[in-house]
Each structure stands twice: as structure tokens, then as C-alpha cells.
Write a new protein. Structure first.
Length: 274
């Protein structure tokens, strides 16, 4: 018998003749004895070992088995998404604000006239623009807005109150407050200035088309102040007066005097209590 290992180089091996290993296996089977696995022939890979490169397959180690996204990564994605949404909204609001401010401060043109109502709604009262910062006009006088009320009691009698200093109430809210509200600083002052500019000081007649609007605005502010003081719809009418004191020099003598401008009684309207 010629084993493959004993083959002469260059001469083919006779495969029709059994090899030593195969004869031993056959002998063991015939005699009932144990057989031994001669193993693969040299150069032949073991059938139990799979080489992915030879089989043309992908190794199971390279195949990810867990496709779930970690919780930290999911939270990170959610935070980035919310941040992006808020950033887009902030940019849009900024663009709208810049657009309306431009229409407000730009010279009158067709576009600003077309969107005049929308511009006024956006600008007033919080984003009003003026040139006081560049051309200051210091006040030469102090004025205090005071108000009086008429209330009908349960017995039908009308009770007239004393004068209430509305400006003093605002000053008390401002003093000691590092962040006073614009309403406390400007509301009553601006309301009176608008009324005084649109009404004649002699007979209180309206000047221009804004007269009735400024009167209604001032009346409602005063009604709301009395409401805050505890007066309800029993408030029938109000009256306003303004005490004006000129600001003199520190060493001026005699001291400044105070003048009063007293308006007539204004009846309250149902819309004033809203």
C-alpha cells in the first residue's frame, strides 16, 4: 500500500487502493472494536472549523444584535429638537419685531400706512420708540393727577369722596422697587398728557379726532383705580384735577406755586368696569 505521504513527487496517487487509515477503520468495524478518527488529510480544513473568508459569509461577531437606542442618546435627541424649535420661533419673532419697528420709525410710506393698525398694536405700549434719548427735554414742572368719586349708597344717597392722589400711589409703588412696572411709571402720566394735548384748557373741548379716545382712556384708568380701592358698579361718576408745580431754581425765592386744573364730572359707562 502506498500512503499519500509516501507518494513519490510527480507521480499520481492511486486513489482506487485503500489507504492505511481506511483499512484500519474497516478492520475495526468488522471486528467490532473501537475506531479512531484519522483526522483530515494534511492541508484539508477541519469540517468543525468554519472560515468565514472561505465560506464567503460574514462573521457573527460583526453583526450587531442590539439595535435599541440608549436612553441618554434619546434624551439628547429630544433636547436638540426642542432647542431647535425654540430657536426657530425666536428668530421668527425677532424678524417680526424688527419689521414692525422699522415701519414705526420709518418715514410715512404706502407700506407703513397699509399696516398702520397692526404696527400700533405691536408697538404700543411696550415698544414705543421716541427721540428723547438723543434730544432730551427735561420736565420743567411736576404734575399730580388726583381724582374724586361719587358713589350711590344702599339707601340711594350719593356720597362724594375726598380727592385721591393717583400719582402718589404710583410713586409709592416705584420707591424701593428695583424693577418698577411701566404702568406705575407712565400710565397715568401719559394718559393725562394725551388728554391735555387733545383738549382745550379753557372749555375742555376736544381738539382733533383723538379727543374722545383720550378722554375715554383717562376715565377708564381712574375707574379701575377706584375699583382697586374696593368700589364696584356703585361708582356713578368721577372727577379729575391736576396739580401742577413749576420746578424752580434751588435758591429761588419765593418757592414755586401750585396751580390746579379741575375737570367736570364724568359719568361712568358699563365698559369702564371691564
Amino acid at each position: 500500500m502506498q500512503s499519500p505521504d509516501d507518494a513519490v513527487p510527480g507521480q499520481p496517487v492511486d486513489r482506487s487502493k485503500p489507504t492505511v487509515g481506511s483499512e484500519a477503520a474497516a478492520l475495526g468495524t468488522a471486528t467490532g472494536g473501537p475506531t479512531t478518527d484519522p483526522g483530515p488529510a494534511p492541508g484539508t480544513p477541519s469540517p468543525a472549523v468554519r472560515i468565514p473568508e472561505q465560506a464567503g459569509e460574514r462573521s457573527a461577531v460583526d453583526v450587531p444584535t442590539d439595535t435599541a437606542v440608549p436612553a441618554d442618546e434619546r434624551r439628547s435627541i429630544a433636547v436638540r429638537s426642542v432647542t431647535a424649535v425654540f430657536a426657530v420661533l425666536a428668530i421668527l419673532v425677532t424678524l417680526v419685531h424688527v419689521f414692525f419697528v422699522f415701519l414705526h420709525v420709518a418715514p410715512s410710506n404706502a407700506l407703513s400706512q397699509e399696516y398702520q393698525k397692526e404696527t400700533g398694536t405691536w408697538i404700543y405700549p411696550y415698544f414705543e420708540q421716541n427721540w428723547a434719548l438723543f434730544a432730551p427735554n427735561p420736565m420743567s414742572e411736576n404734575f399730580r393727577v388726583q381724582a374724586q368719586s361719587r358713589v350711590r349708597g344702599p339707601d340711594g344717597a350719593v356720597v362724594e369722596s375726598d380727592w385721591s392722589d393717583l400719582t402718589l400711589d404710583d410713586l409709592n409703588h416705584i420707591r424701593g422697587n428695583p424693577y418698577p412696572s411701566k404702568a406705575d411709571q407712565n400710565m397715568i402720566r401719559r394718559a393725562w398728557s394725551s388728554y391735555a394735548d387733545s383738549h382745550d384748557a379753557k372749555d375742555e373741548s376736544a381738539i382733533g379726532s383723538r379727543g374722545p379716545l383720550t378722554q375715554r382712556y383717562l376715565r377708564r384708568i381712574v375707574v379701575h383705580r377706584f375699583q382697586d380701592a374696593g368700589l364696584n358698579r356703585s361708582l356713578e361718576s368721577i372727577r379729575i384735577r391736576v396739580a401742577t408745580t413749576a420746578i424752580g431754581k434751588p435758591d429761588a425765592s419765593p418757592g414755586p406755586t401750585t396751580s390746579y386744573r379741575t375737570l367736570g364730572w364724568w359719568e361712568t359707562k358699563p365698559d369702564d368696569f371691564r
